[in-house]
Design a protein around this ligand. Structure first.
Ligand code: PLP
Length: 387
């Protein structure tokens, strides 16, 4: 589904930005429409994904992780095998190609877990575009390995000391900088969030995950999955894999949010499960806010899920019932992080471990005629030593 001409999925999305950014968003919208209609854009995007990123990513059938609970086949879409270690690179390749088409000379990004910052620094190095990355002080501390890599790749990492010193504050700062520099700078957003056309553009760039996964599942099993599971921070890896199955009503879509210390504790990041409708970073969606409309502090053991909002298309899926958004606690995610590594020989990102933990619960209710497909959004090197 394409958002309407004003960028709405149902009543979610839109453009809630200061006047100075409207011209920049209009310019981007025209460039996106023109590029997405141009086969040469997609040819170049797919060539870079093949030769630089390593796509198609494999589909792997787990041997042991749920075998004690159920005979259901558990499949992993291996975004952790991508260059730079997560799905984020699919999106930054596409946005860097757009920046080049638009004649922009610099890239600007915000990052939480650092995977998006690393992915942006990587394409900046590859395409010869200087990169500024904004990152909360707390995340800089939590994700030191990624900060080192970004700097090695030549990016300037700017430390954001305001607020909770996490992704929300880094995004505020990146918006502020973009407003001053939109003439020569392309703002590379890291998820399906922000003002129109960002949620639509990022979805189209992450759709490759779902298109490949659908093809691989049909080729190998001759049937579609019964369930597709992905973790949800802003929602880009989930939208990416959901896109391959959204028109197949028999496939259940599950977006797993960070339940932190539990939804009753207030220390969580479950915007869809426990939030309400409001406006954050340029679009209307679900977010965690106080009764007075102040954005609430969030908590998750995984930096990449620690965001108080969610992409507007997920809000639309929640309201229409097309997808369901359970949550998994920090403790359950850590158990899955360790248990999955031990039983499958793959260290998942802590973000992905949320999806894996939920898939294990789901397995207990499924039979051998079902198929559970999980998007393994990234690898866990960055999380080693954190739990
Ligand atoms: C490995 C990994 N998975 C998931 C996410 C969450 O982002 P999104 O919901 O946009 O996929 C992140 C964010 O940094 C990440 O690094």
């Amino acid at each position: 589904m394409k958002p309407d001409s004003r960028g709405y999925f149902g009543k979610f999305g839109g453009r809630f930005v200061p006047e100075v950014l409207i011209a920049a968003l209009d310019e981007l919208d025209s460039a996106v429409n023109e590029a997405f209609d141009d086969p040469t854009f997609w040819d170049e995007y797919h060539a870079v994904l093949r030769d630089f990123v390593g796509r198609p990513s494999p589909m792997y059938r787990c041997e042991r992780y749920v075998a004690d609970l159920s005979p259901v086949p558990l499949l992993m879409k291996r975004e952790d095998t991508n260059h730079t270690g997560a799905h984020k690179i699919n999106n930054t390749v596409g946005q860097a190609l757009l920046a080049r088409r638009m004649g922009k000379r610099r890239l600007l990004a915000e990052t939480g877990a650092g995977q998006h910052g690393v992915a942006t620094a990587t394409v900046g190095a590859k395409f010869g575009l200087p990169v500024d990355v904004y990152m909360g002080a707390r995340d800089i501390e939590r994700q030191a390995l990624n900060v080192y890599v970004m700097r090695l790749l030549g990016a300037d990492v700017h430390c954001v000391e305001s607020g909770t010193q996490t992704l929300k504050d880094a995004t505020n700062e990146a918006f502020r900088v973009w407003a001053a520099r939109a003439g020569d700078t392309f703002y590379v957003i890291g998820s399906v969030v922000g003002a129109h056309p960002y949620p639509y553009m990022v979805r189209e760039l992450q759709k490759v995950i779902g298109v490949e996964a659908r093809r691989q599942t049909l080729a190998r099993y001759g049937r579609l999955p019964s369930d597709v599971v992905a973790c949800v921070g802003g929602g880009s890896n989930a939208i990416g894999i959901f896109s391959g199955f959204v028109d197949d009503p028999q496939v259940k879509l599950w977006g797993v949010e960070a339940g932190g210390e539990g939804l009753e504790s207030e220390h969580h990041a479950a915007s869809l499960g426990a939030g309400s409708i409001g406006v954050l970073h340029g679009s209307r969606s679900y977010l965690l806010q106080s009764a007075q409309g102040q954005v609430r502090e969030t908590h998750s053991v995984s930096a990449g899920l620690d965001y108080p909002g969610v992409g507007p298309e997920h809000a639309f899926f929640k309201e229409s019932g097309r997808a369901t958004y359970p949550s998994v606690t920090d403790a359950e995610a850590i158990e899955a992080f360790k248990g999955f590594a031990r039983s499958e020989g793959i260290v998942p990102a802590l973000e992905s471990a949320h999806a894996i933990a939920f898939a294990r619960k789901l397995a207990a209710e499924r039979s051998k005629d079902d198929l559970i497909l999980v998007n393994l959004s990234g690898r866990g090197d960055k999380d080693i030593g954190r739990c």
